[in-house]
Design a protein around this ligand. Structure first.
Ligand code: SAM
Length: 218
């Protein structure tokens, strides 16, 4: 057989094997991820989030389900912020470790984030799945410290009022980014006495419309 045919067979076989590994890794962790599959946020959307939420070098950014760690790397590059990523999918975890190799300010943990203590986080980023958002809201309300910021790509926290919604004027990347800020000092209706997250007072209808930022692609 001609050499080029062998090269083609090896390349096609490798691509096929990679796809199989990708699907197997997703299937393996499905009971934990509950539909939040390993799909990366676009660099365009990460830039929009990073522009909207300034961070200091002494702060900590946590990505719940960090995929290949791209959000953490971009935030570190821009602000020098300390970062922690939780990732349960073995393939995504491996990629995150390889791509972030040598950076002392990026910690990648192969851990289920539901079991993690998030009390040190200043900013929490997530891109998950609608089915888990209610449970996530309860965890964040219980764990986070006053002044913390939550950023959720695509999916809102049910019943919470975002302080900002960022939307890109881009046909491919125009899903909203929801930004929530805790209000310090008031008692929390969810039973947490430390902070109040902005829940609508009338049980569901938002009294004040959140600020919506429409950004040009940058
Ligand atoms: C849609 S991807 C987002 C990846 C990355 N945050 C980004 O924006 O590019 C969601 C990731 O969360 C991970 N994940 C979902 N539930 C998790 C859990 N309970 N613990 C750790 N990782 C989880 C999945 O494996 C998946 O890689």
């Amino acid at each position: 057989m001609a050499t080029w045919i062998w090269i083609f067979i090896i390349l096609a076989g490798s691509l096929f094997a990679l796809k199989i590994i990708y699907v197997l890794c997703i299937a393996l962790v499905l009971p934990v991820t509950q539909g939040a599959l390993y799909v990366s946020t676009s660099q365009t959307k990460i830039s929009a989030f990073i522009n909207a939420v300034p961070m200091r070098a002494d702060q900590m950014l946590v990505d719940l389900g960090c995929g290949d760690g791209r959000v953490l790397r971009k935030a570190l590059k821009r602000y020098g912020v300390r970062t922690v990523g939780y990732e349960i999918n073995p393939l995504a975890y491996l990629k995150a470790r390889i791509f972030s190799f040598g950076s002392s300010k990026i910690k990648i943990r192969r851990q289920n984030f539901w079991e993690a203590d998030l009390s040190d986080a200043d900013v929490v980023f997530c891109y998950l799945y609608p089915d888990v958002m209610k449970r996530l809201a309860a965890k964040l309300a219980a764990d986070l410290k006053p002044g913390a910021v939550i950023v959720s790509s695509n999916f809102s926290l049910p019943g919470w009022v975002p302080s900002k919604i960022v939307k890109l004027k881009h046909s491919l990347h125009n899903d909203p980014i929801f930004i929530y800020r805790s209000q310090i000092g008031a008692p929390c209706p969810a039973g947490n006495n430390r902070i109040q997250w902005p829940l609508p007072a009338n049980g569901g209808v938002h009294e004040k419309a959140p600020l919506i930022w429409l950004l040009n692609n940058n």
